[in-house]
Design a protein around this ligand. Structure first.
Ligand code: ARG
Length: 596
């Protein structure tokens, strides 16, 4: 369906053209003063410069030249040249009727679907997921669902960190602890055991230990670097250990992501890009882009317009080993071969912005990606504690993601908890807890830091996930009661299907019109969020819908209504409200319970 903004913009563009002005000036926006009007057009202001005429005169010309239509109820000109607009109630109802009948509440899918790869999650194998991984998972998952909803082909890739120094650290520490394992015997020719020589708990202990030790002991660090390089060069025993480390780590990562309702199509890692490195390096050398600098192989990526120095992109370190830049570039080679994407999005901590800037420039300059491939860095801010510093556990340690989820779930308070079945209660707390976390995150612009305030996020009041769920559960319960009392109406509504008009333009209270008008903005809100990679726009939209619904619910005694036509219209309105909310929270990555 065309958005209401587009419907109005078409009418006002015609009016500008009829009055002899550029049609492009007729763009309509949602009113900045909802107390005065529903929509506005500010084109006369821009026209003033172009036509050297007072904006007020232009605005008057335009409204005099408004084409015939059955949409606009009132137009007025306000100094210095704003055009204020309200639309007809009949139009609102026709529009809602169409939304009700159309799939996905009338959202128009992309005409030219793109292939989009989203690189998010980015967990490092052998290290537990912690609060620093939360935002990538939550934002990435939402952008995946949002772009899929918009009609694009989206491929989600977890891009495991499994090729760097952390692997060498684990391998080296293991070689000290269990030197007799066959993996360390260079003359060993046989098959390696299929069972790993360590479990998850061991790995979770080994990595922090080895990492701490490498910071104090230069020789230890050097040995870990050597092990990393040997693993990368293909030493058999080390590759076998790498497979074990991934094999032990991956199921745990999958379990954690499942708790977050986050899922990937590909669980590829940096190590999967390794086979693409040699040809990529050769290509960069053959084309004359890569050259030796202080032993390392680099590509210059600075540009004239840079205001700050941008160091060259390092392709290989002086010992010939691959680093973060190398695997990211080789992964792009792989993605280009496998999927030929139109766009690759990276949802990563904004502090990695410079890394991606260099990788993107290098990829373009050397032809790793086609010139038209869009590379986007969606950099996000930090999750802070109430003290404004990065979120920590009470004892000052990094908080594991699983611990964080447990804590939030334990904070969710539910009325009548005592009488509930234990399993049911647990599931309910999980659903609400997840909504609290995800909404608390996504309501902020991605690039901002935010304060992780569990009590606030888990509250049923205010701008929170549980408040949205509470509103939806309220609607579900009203609908269930109405169905019981008036079986004929719900039957008629579901059977009426697409033909019969259900919405009534006779709004009985102004809050009903307010709610209806906000519902018409659904497609616009979702499409803006998609275009701007901004989940927060969906959050503010559903907060507005929820508020408007609750005001309306307060004003109108829905359950006491007896008139059948009014009832039918009310059921249609609140069902649509529920559907719109449901689509939106699905995009955000959580769901609503039936009661709470
Ligand atoms: N594993 C990385 C980290 O923990 C994040 C990976 C992000 N994605 C990428 N393609 N570099 O910092």
């Amino acid at each position: 369906m065309q958005t209401v903004i587009d419907v109005l913009s078409e009418i006002f563009s015609k009016a500008f053209a009829n009055a002899g002005y550029d049609a492009g000036l007729g763009r309509v926006v949602v009113s900045a003063r909802p107390d005065l009007c529903q929509f506005q057009c500010n084109g006369a202001m821009s026209a003033a410069k172009q036509y050297r005429k007072a904006p007020l005169m232009i605005a008057n010309d335009v409204i005099a030249a408004l084409p015939e239509n059955d949409v606009v109820e009132t137009v007025s000109v306000v100094a210095p040249g704003f055009v204020n607009i309200t639309v007809k109630d009949e139009f609102i109802c026709r529009y809602l009727e169409e939304m009700r009948a159309a799939p996905d509440c009338g959202f128009a899918k992309a005409e030219n679907p793109q292939t989009i790869i989203i690189d998010y999650g980015g967990p490092n194998v052998a290290k537990p997921l912690h609060v620093g991984h939360l935002r990538s998972a939550v934002i990435g998952e939402c952008l995946k669902r949002l772009n899929r909803f918009a009609g694009h082909k989206v491929i989600a890739d977890a891009h495991l960190g499994d090729w760097g120094l952390q692997m060498g650290l684990i391998i080296h520490e293991l070689s000290l602890r269990q030197p007799d394992l066959p993996y360390f015997d260079e003359n060993y020719q046989g098959e390696y055991p299929t069972e790993p020589p360590f479990g998850l708990k061991d790995l979770e202990e080994i990595y922090p230990y080895a990492s701490g030790k490498s910071k104090e002991d230069e020789a230890y660090l050097e040995a870990a670097r050597r092990a990393t390089k040997e693993m990368q060069d293909g030493r058999r025993g080390y590759r076998a250990l790498l497979r074990h480390i991934i094999g032990v780590s991956l199921p745990d990562l999958k379990r954690n992501y499942a708790r977050l309702d986050v899922d990937f199509d590909l669980w590829l890692g940096e190590s999967d890009a390794d086979p693409y490195i040699p040809a990529m390096v050769k290509m960069m050398q053959d084309k004359g882009f890569a050259y030796k600098s202080e032993g390392a192989l680099v590509v210059d990526v600075k540009e004239e317009s840079d205001t700050a120095p941008i160091p060259p992109c390092i392709i290989l370190k002086s010992d010939g080993s691959a680093i973060y830049e190398t695997t990211d570039l080789a992964t792009l080679v792989q993605r280009e071969q496998d999927f030929h994407p139109d766009r690759v999005m990276y949802v990563v901590d904004k502090r990695q912005g410079l890394h991606f800037e260099r990788v993107f420039r290098c990829a373009r300059k050397t032809g790793v990606v086609r010139p038209e491939t869009e590379l986007s860095f969606i950099g996000f801010g930090t999750v802070n504690g109430k003290d404004g510093k990065p979120f920590k556990t009470r004892s000052g340690g990094t908080m594991k993601l699983s611990e964080l989820l447990d804590t939030v779930e334990s904070k969710v308070a539910i009325k009548g908890e005592e009488e509930m079945d234990a399993a049911e209660l647990k599931e309910l707390k999980q659903i609400i807890g997840l909504a609290a976390i995800k909404y608390g995150d996504l309501m902020n612009p991605c690039e901002s830091n935010y304060i992780f305030d569990i009590d606030k996020f888990a509250s049923f009041e205010g701008n929170t996930g549980p408040y949205i769920l509470y509103t939806m559960v309220r609607i579900k319960s009203i609908l269930a009661k109405l169905k019981e009392r008036h079986p004929d109406i719900s039957a008629a509504l579901s059977a009426a299907g697409h033909g019969a008009q259900q919405f009534s333009p006779a709004f009985s209270v102004s809050s009903e019109r307010e709610l209806a008008l906000s519902l018409t903005r659904f497609s616009h809100a979702v499409s803006e969020a998609q275009k701007k990679d901004a989940p927060s726009l969906i959050c503010s939209y559903i907060y507005e819908i929820s508020n408007k619904f609750n005001i309306f619910y307060h004003d109108k005694k829905i359950l006491a209504e007896e008139n059948k036509d009014t009832l039918r219209a009310l059921v249609a309105l609140i069902t649509l409200t529920l559907n719109v909310l449901d689509i939106c929270i699905n995009i955000l990555g959580f769901r609503a319970p039936d009661k709470m």
